[in-house]
Design a protein around this ligand. Structure first.
Ligand code: CAP
Ligand code: MG
Length: 417
């Protein structure tokens, strides 16, 4: 059906106004459809237009609210669209996504569509709460400023009782790990009730902190229906925990915003399980960079972003750009601490630090509990690897005097930088 456009959405000479939201899409129409016309239809569908002219769309409405195509590159399939700020409700991520990542993904005539990047104006950014604690706040709590935060995921990912979880956490914390987290599928389970787990783990941390000055953080997974999530986080707060985790994709950003709005003063750890359903295909979906920007608006304090060297997909260029964004200025919102996780073991640490730097959490699951001498030795091995990498000492050299690291390198190998 022909779509006659009365007003032109094309405005290649337009410099976006300072409050516009500018979105970069990778876009290619199906065979037989015109690139420039389809780009305009994208702008139309995601702002004031529809498939045909409507008498209710006045010139006044169009001039005020129409999105404009401000850049086109057919060879590279790039389209940039500027959206007037009036199209967006302040502080509403659901409405943002329905606008810039909504119906346009369903249009039949489009073959390739990927939301690559979005630039928000400070006015829009500042309408969100952002992280309550943020990167600096987390480092201040630990009093660790010059090395990566050492993290561990409890494994097996599900199956341990609250008592066994607490015992294991005590052992791992005692051997140099700063943060321990629930896995993303462990919530309130018949074999590991949430409340009991929090109680047992907090007890273990309290007894440990009586003996040592270092602060330990356990990341409790509160993922669930939004009302339950709030109850679980309130419980963590009440029982003396410091951090909660949300599976941000599965739970949805409205739930994350709702949690953030409670101002619990808890660190919010963002797990991104499932993101690859729409971030991984380079010709379709939404980039992880955009997800990271939205997570920061919503109020995540630390976010999984990839490792480059580990088991999860994510190119060096992509992961570095996400981490750089999380630490950079973004309106008045606090920076976010990146989390590298997935398939990591001590032999990968040197390379990882070379690529991603030291300002992040480095998380080990299998690469700690799978140590030939068990979890406590695994904790010592990851500590030694991070200590060596922070000091710039090659791991194989450091391993000559550090037995646990040596065993880990023999077991999993060593990827030199
Ligand atoms: C890591 C992990 C994390 C992934 C998620 C896992 O465990 O707990 O969920 O890191 O990926 O279950 O795989 P291992 P990402 O250390 O045993 O691999 O951080 O890329 O979102
Ligand atoms: Mg996991």
């Amino acid at each position: 059906m022909a779509n006659k456009i009365k007003f032109s959405y094309l405005n290649l000479n337009k410099k976006p106004s300072k409050d516009d939201i500018v979105v970069t899409f990778k876009m290619k129409p199906q065979k037989g459809f015109d690139f420039i016309k389809t780009a305009q239809e994208l702008a139309a569908e995601s702002s004031v237009g529809t498939w045909t002219e409507v008498t209710t769309l006045t010139k006044g409405i169009f001039q005020k609210l129409a999105a404009r195509v401000i850049y086109l590159n057919m060879e590279k399939s790039v389209v940039k669209i500027a959206y007037p700020i009036q199209l967006f409700e302040k502080g509403n991520i659901a409405q943002l996504l329905s606008t810039i990542a909504g119906n346009i993904f369903s249009l039949k005539k489009i073959k390739i569509l990927r939301l690559e990047d979005v630039e928000f104006s400070p006015r829009y950014i500042n309408s969100f709460l952002g992280p309550q604690i943020g990167l600096q706040g987390i480092r201040k709590l630990y009093k660790i400023h010059h090395r990566p935060i050492i993290g561990c995921i409890i494994k097996p990912k599900v199956g341990l009782s609250p008592e066994k979880t607490a015992k294991l956490a005590y052992e791992i914390f005692s051997n140099g790990v700063d943060l321990i987290k629930d896995d993303e599928t462990l919530t309130d389970m018949s074999f590991c009730r949430f409340e009991k787990r929090v109680k047992e783990v907090v007890k273990a941390i309290n007894s440990l902190e009586k003996k040592s000055k270092s602060k330990k953080v356990f990341v409790f997974n509160v993922t669930g229906p939004a009302d339950e999530m709030i109850k679980r986080a309130a419980l963590v707060k009440e029982l003396g925990g410091r951090c909660v985790m949300v599976d941000i994709i599965a739970s949805g950003f409205s739930a994350v915003q709702y949690l953030r709005k409670q101002n619990f003063g808890l660190i919010i750890h963002g797990h991104r399980a499932g993101h690859s359903a729409f971030t991984r295909n380079k010709d379709w979906g939404i980039s992880m960079l955009v997800v990271a920007k939205i997570a920061r608006l919503a109020g995540i304090d630390e976010l999984h972003t990839g490792t480059v060297v580990g088991k999860m997909e994510g190119s060096r260029e992509e992961v570095v750009s996400i981490n750089d964004f999380l630490r950079s200025k973004f309106g008045k919102l606090k920076p976010v601490l990146p989390v590298a996780s997935g398939g990591l073991h001590p032999g990968l640490v040197e390379k990882l630090v070379k690529i991603l730097g030291k300002d992040l959490v480095i998380n080990f699951g299998g690469g700690l509990h799978g140590h030939p001498l068990g979890s406590a030795a695994g904790a010592r091995a990851v500590y030694q690897a991070i200590d060596a990498a922070t000091k710039g000492i090659p791991l194989d050299k450091y391993a000559q005097t550090h037995q646990e690291l040596k065993l880990a390198l023999d077991h999993w190998g060593y990827e030199k930088k």
